[in-house]
Design a protein around this ligand. Structure first.
Ligand code: PMV
Length: 339
């Protein structure tokens, strides 16, 4: 099955006539505590393993979408934070290809206006919130009223991690076993953890040298250790879910940290190797380990970039922000949650 066929299956019997007013949707960014790294189907973004994330509350993307009817050119228009997105960038190409999946005639075009409060260049999987917000806004524009699980499948076709950006709190993306991916979707965990904090430590905002798509594919194809990843991932996922259920922060933090380090070790053993860490990343890791030895419950996770996301509890907020004064601190279960 290809992407278009998945979209057609999900939208069978649904209206393809847009409402008069734009469709609007907010989707939160998410940070994986157990990472998604490696696809079993490149076309449908089907993962090799399940993964688990925490959504970042009010940090995310809000998208308004409408059909363009009065333009001479049939071309999608993309605006991000009030600026027109340049047509040739990889992001706008990906988004346009994604929008094409939802069109019924070649004369259809969309205008998309996205406002995002995700720190630019933080490597915060902004594509996850971005694609999820577009899917949610299309659902609103056409009045489909699809369940969140169906939106999650559609979001995954844009970016794998988008499948986790339809819920607040802890979200698991179950890998599924079906070839068409209809069982590869997110669901929310019932647990809340109001004292949990995520700190975004921005060390370099330059665009990443290797995209996560390319890096994942290379890792799966060339790392001699990749076969260990699904085994470790299954064990980590069980441990993290148990830690969430028991509110055991030390287990949550240490499993999330080793999971991220294992993912980066796989990349180091790919050919040619991929190393997202920079000197400042390594220096910060050593500092975190030293503070931990001194008794502070502070852990990190790292995505496909040099920046770190720190995990800690509200009781240590003061100490952590003194040690890392530039940290942007997020309350995933805080008062700003709007879903
Ligand atoms: O969804 P993608 O293709 O942007 O990949 C996301 C990969 C990581 O952020 C590194 C891990 C994850 O699970 O979000």
């Amino acid at each position: 099955m290809n992407k278009k066929e998945v979209v057609e299956t999900i939208l069978r019997g649904q209206s393809r006539v847009a409402n008069n007013k734009p469709g609007v949707y907010f989707a939160p960014a998410n940070i994986a505590l157990c990472k998604y790294w490696g696809k079993r189907d490149l076309e449908l973004n089907l993962p090799q393993t399940s993964s688990l994330s925490v959504s970042l509350g009010h940090l995310g993307a809000k998208t308004a979408i409408q059909e363009i009817t009065d333009s001479a050119e049939i071309i999608d228009e993309i605006w991000i934070n009030g600026e027109p997105e340049k047509p040739g960038t990889p992001f706008s190409k990906n988004l346009k290809n994604f929008l094409d999946l939802f069109k019924v005639t070649p004369t259809q075009a969309y205008q998309i206006k996205t406002e995002t409060n995700i720190p630019i260049g933080a490597g915060l999987a902004s594509s996850a919130a971005g694609f999820a917000a577009v899917v949610g806004a299309l659902n609103d524009l056409y009045g489909w009223q699809l369940p969140l699980a169906a939106l999650s499948i559609l979001g995954r076709l844009g970016s794998g991690s988008a499948s986790r950006s339809f819920w607040s709190g802890f979200v698991e993306w179950q890998m599924g076993v079906r070839e068409d991916g209809m069982d590869s979707k997110g669901h929310a965990l019932p647990e809340q953890w109001p004292a949990l904090r995520v700190g975004i430590l921005i060390l370099n905002t330059a665009p990443k040298p290797v995209s996560s798509r390319v890096a994942m594919e290379r890792t799966v194809l060339t790392s001699p250790f990749y076969s260990v990843w699904p085994v470790k991932q299954a064990a980590d996922l069980r441990a993290i879910k148990a830690a969430i259920a028991a509110e055991n922060f030390e287990i949550l933090g240490s499993v999330a940290e080793t999971n991220a380090l294992a993912m980066h070790s796989l990349m180091l053993t790919a050919t040619p190797p991929i190393l997202y860490s920079e000197a400042a990343t390594i220096e910060s890791m050593h500092r975190i380990w030293k503070y931990r030895e001194e008794g502070l419950a502070l852990y990190f996770t790292q995505d496909a970039g040099p920046n770190l996301k720190l995990l800690f509890l509200e009781k240590d907020r003061e100490t952590v922000s003194q040690l890392f004064p530039t940290l942007e601190i997020i309350q995933p279960f805080g008062e700003h949650n709007n879903q």
